[in-house]
Ligand binder design. Structure first.
Ligand code: PLP
Length: 288
């Protein structure tokens, strides 16, 4: 009789916390973050800042959670004491931005990636003006790296950011505003080139033109992939390069799950169980 078990012990995975909004269609926000962490062999935990009502066709409503609920979640997760990296995404409103700012101000030594989420690709506001102020005046300074897209970089720096030179100016300004390092992402440019600056080093990471206007949750995924690489012990520059490669591939392998925008395929590296032959996988038309 064999005494060996079928259960192979798994190596312990780093725990990563995402503090972000919930997208029920699972293309962006917390669901995208958790899938990204899983794809990097990391264990994700989450504190929700806001519930959104959305599907592939857009965001209908945003409901920030109560500030005390967010604070209690953060307290509970930190009591376990094993968070290796943190990603901050959508904050929703001033109250929740303040909770996160106070909380992370007291937990300063953990690598922190801030994706300064302001507006969805479909145009919904995801942070109120008071929250933007907290982000600009305090939260930015706590970050290991901040990852704005062109629109976010423009709002944060109150300047036009539409080409590589303007991305470099915005990166410099964000470092002057207190960010330790910045990646301005150019997914909406003709070619998806990103500008990296850490106060000393400048880099431009060249990217291919994929289908970003049709891609939902790319910014969430990029910042989460950086957090995962930092949790795995990589230096920031290498973490950014690897995160860009991961997002590029997840966009390339993306498939439609509804009639609207297409989410990334976060788990493209996973082995798939075979489908049954009669399964109907057609994507429905939009219902008007
Ligand atoms: N919903 C949530 C909860 C998000 O965090 C984000 C982006 O960060 C979005 C929606 C918008 O994603 P996209 O920019 O792809 O529209």
């Amino acid at each position: 009789v064999s005494t060996s078990s079928n259960h192979t012990p798994t190596a312990r995975q780093p725990v990563i916390l995402t503090i972000a909004g919930f997208d029920p269609s699972a293309g962006a926000g917390i669901a995208a973050d958790l899938k990204t962490f899983a794809a990097h062999n990391c264990y994700g935990v989450a504190a929700i800042t806001a519930l959104t009502v959305q599907n592939t066709q857009g965001v209908a409503h945003v409901y920030p959670v109560q500030a005390h609920e967010l604070r209690e979640s953060l307290d509970a997760l930190f009591q376990d004491g094993c968070i290796a990296a943190i990603k901050v995404g959508m904050l929703g409103d001033r109250g929740n931005a303040q909770v996160v700012n106070e909380f992370l101000g007291h937990n300063g030594s953990i690598p922190l990636v801030i994706d300064p989420v302001l507006r969805s690709g479909s145009g919904a506001e995801l942070l109120d003006p008071g929250g933007l102020e907290v982000l600009k005046e305090s939260l930015l300074r706590l970050a290991t790296v901040v990852t704005p897209n062109l629109y976010e970089a423009a709002i944060l720096t109150r300047s036009k950011v539409e080409n590589l030179d303007e991305m470099r100016s915005a990166a410099r300004k964000l470092v002057e505003m207190g960010a330790r390092a910045v990646v301005v992402t150019g997914g909406h440019l003709e070619k998806a080139n990103d500008v990296y600056h850490d106060g000393t080093v400048w880099e431009t990471f060249a990217g291919d033109k994929l289908k970003p206007e049709n891609t939902h949750g790319a910014g969430c995924t990029f910042s989460s992939a950086i957090a995962a690489q930092l949790a795995l012990g990589r230096q920031l520059r290498e973490a950014v390069v690897l995160a860009k490669a991961y997002v590029t591939e997840a966009i390339r392998k993306a498939f439609a799950v509804g009639p609207g925008r297409v989410p990334l395929y976060h788990l493209y590296r996973m082995q798939q169980a075979p489908r049954t032959a009669d399964h109907n996988l057609a994507v429905p038309e939009a219902i008007h």
